[in-house]
Ligand binder design. Structure first.
Ligand code: NAP
Length: 523
């Protein structure tokens, strides 16, 4: 019997609609079998955005921060309730191990819960005071007060393939709490999880508050209007095209970009590898190389090590990487699955070849893997974890300028000073996160002073925090996520800071008692 291929529809204008045109297949990266398809032409995207602006905005406008928080809490609970089903889809469509899938799906629920709690704290208001009232006249009667108000349009969210659940949730949490309706577009290749998520969430939300576009968004920004905002996560190539979009330029549309990042980890000279801090460092590098098969925007790509310690670190990391079983991610004895798509496989192998021309091999050659566990011969997009090294880090452009989005890292020798380490970190031209491992406070302070301006977040690993550390690769909703330069120049999350993108700051000028009444309910 021939079973029809599952076709992913889009939830637009309050209905599930099937697209038309050529079908794009979604595959299982372990078996290479097609598991679903998406057709993305034939949608009236102008009408969908307009539906969000009118119907979705009207629903949210009626709700206070606390009530929006309740809605977001409902979303978090629903995702948690569907956890097992979503994990199974992530294993099938994303090549995720169960642990990888939990990272995405539990991360989605936790981020929504964080913003639900923030909503409760912000209370019954619909606008936020920014600081206190100030006197701007001869007497206290004439006052000024900054406020944040919801922007009038729709929030267009475009996400990368690696976090199909968290990507939708972390952006939607901020936008919805701020009061903006959302149209979310997952990466096509791994849209199965997001599509199911939307099927679960759609019945729980007021009309127009959350829409989903499955398939290409090539023409979506043609219909963006003043008041809309766009939050994008993906490659710097696509980011460049969005920045240059005529509508973005014409209407000065707000555009937040989370793009490539060559995140660095630095081992300080005071740390012995057998110490708690040394073990934290080795564990974090190994986890970041292999969790989600290295397809994390925050994963460590460059590892700075004092030159006389390079061989010891290489040996210790090889021992840990050798213990990672690569293969069918649905098996309990497998720790790392394939990369998500055939394109990813090609890109990662090409990136390793580029690195190989400029660095020495430590482990994994150029990524060939003879026999992934539990996989039919020759099938699947599997890559052996690759560790490379260079003793000439300042002159190794390939190390600093090309993100290989897979299980690949390079050890780079530095002279042991925090200033030299920070100078190498800066060669990445802007990153999401850099980590430094040291129990020497003076060294750490110097590193922070020199490196912070190049990074959205600095993770400071030490013996005192090791037992509680989530590692640098985990994005926490309470801390900002984003980074300058190559990382896109964007900023998401960070508790209430994450709302700012979706709100307009407006300075009110007038009678002090009027201003006080206006912000009376504001937190
Ligand atoms: P990508 O190819 O740039 O795609 C990202 C998203 O943009 C997808 O949803 C894609 O849709 C969409 N897109 C492509 N062309 C478009 C256009 N002309 N107009 C509107 N949308 C368009 O990136 P990816 O391969 O999915 O993700 C990998 C990259 O994302 C890596 O470089 C990684 O560093 C980066 N990343 C960054 C972060 C972060 O937080 N900073 C997080 C995760 C990933 P289709 O799938 O339909 O083509």
């Amino acid at each position: 019997m021939h079973l029809a291929m599952k076709r992913l529809s889009s939830f637009l204008g309050g209905q599930w609609l099937a697209g038309s045109g050529a079908a794009v297949a979604l595959t299982n990266p372990t078996t290479e079998a097609a598991i679903a398809e998406v057709c993305s032409t034939g949608y009236d995207l102008a009408a969908a955005l307009d539906y969000g602006r009118r119907t979705g905005r009207a629903a949210l406008r009626e709700l206070s921060f606390a009530q929006r928080g309740e809605l977001i809490a409902t979303m978090a609970k629903a995702i948690h309730g569907a956890r097992e089903e979503l994990i199974a889809l992530a294993v099938e469509n994303g090549g995720n191990t169960r642990g990888d899938a939990k990272f995405d799906i539990d991360g989605a629920a936790a981020t929504l819960s964080h913003y639900a709690e923030l909503g409760a704290k912000l209370g019954n208001s619909t606008l936020l005071a920014d600081g206190d009232a100030i006197s701007v006249g001869r007497t206290a009667r004439m006052a000024g007060q900054h406020v944040w108000v919801t922007r009038p349009g729709v929030a267009i969210h475009i996400n990368a393939f690696n976090f199909p659940a968290w990507g939708l949730a972390e952006k939607a949490a901020c936008a919805l709490l701020a009061g903006m309706p959302v149209l979310s577009k997952p990466a096509t290749a791994t849209a199965l999880v997001t599509h199911r998520l939307m099927e679960i969430l759609a019945p729980l939300l007021p009309a127009g508050v959350l829409q989903l576009l499955c398939g290409s968004a090539a023409t979506l920004l043609d219909f963006a209007r003043p008041g809309d905002v766009i939050a994008f996560t993906g490659s710097s190539g696509t980011a460049k095209a969005l920045r240059a979009h005529p509508n973005v330029i014409e209407h000065a549309l707000r555009l937040n970009i989370e793009a490539d990042s060559l995140n660095a980890a630095v081992l300080a000279p005071d740390v012995d590898l057998s110490s708690e801090t040394g073990q934290l460092f080795l564990g974090d590098v190994t986890r970041d190389m292999t969790q989600k098969t290295g397809q994390k925007c925050t994963a460590i790509r460059r590892v700075m090590v004092p030159s006389e310690r390079l061989d010891d670190v290489a040996a210790a990391l090889c021992e840990r990487l050798d213990a990672i079983v690569v293969g069918d991610p649905s098996r309990d004895d497998v720790r790392m699955g394939p990369v998500a798509t055939a394109n990813q496989f090609r890109d990662v192998r090409a990136g390793i070849t580029r690195l190989a021309a400029a660095t020495d091999s430590v482990r994994g050659g150029t990524g060939e893997l003879a026999a992934p566990r539990g996989v039919d011969n020759g099938k699947g997009y599997f890559i052996n974890p690759v560790l490379r090294s260079t003793r000439d880090a300042h002159n190794c452009a390939a190390l600093h300028d090309h993100e290989v989005f897979g299980p690949v890292s390079t050890l780079a020798a530095y002279d042991g000073t925090a200033t030299d380490a920070a100078a190498l970190v800066a060669r990445g031209e802007g990153g999401l996160v850099a980590s430094a491992y040291s129990d020497d406070r003076e060294w750490t302070t110097r590193f922070v002073v020199d490196a912070a301006a190049w990074n959205g977040r600095l993770f400071l690993g030490s013996a005192k925090m090791a037992a509680q550390s989530p590692g640098p690769g985990t994005v926490l909703p309470s801390l900002i996520h984003g980074g300058p330069g190559r990382a896109g120049g964007g900023e998401e999350l960070g508790g209430s800071r994450g709302l700012a993108f979706y709100m307009q700051r407006c300075a009110l000028e007038g009678d002090a008692t009027v201003l006080k009444a206006i912000v009376g309910g504001a937190a």
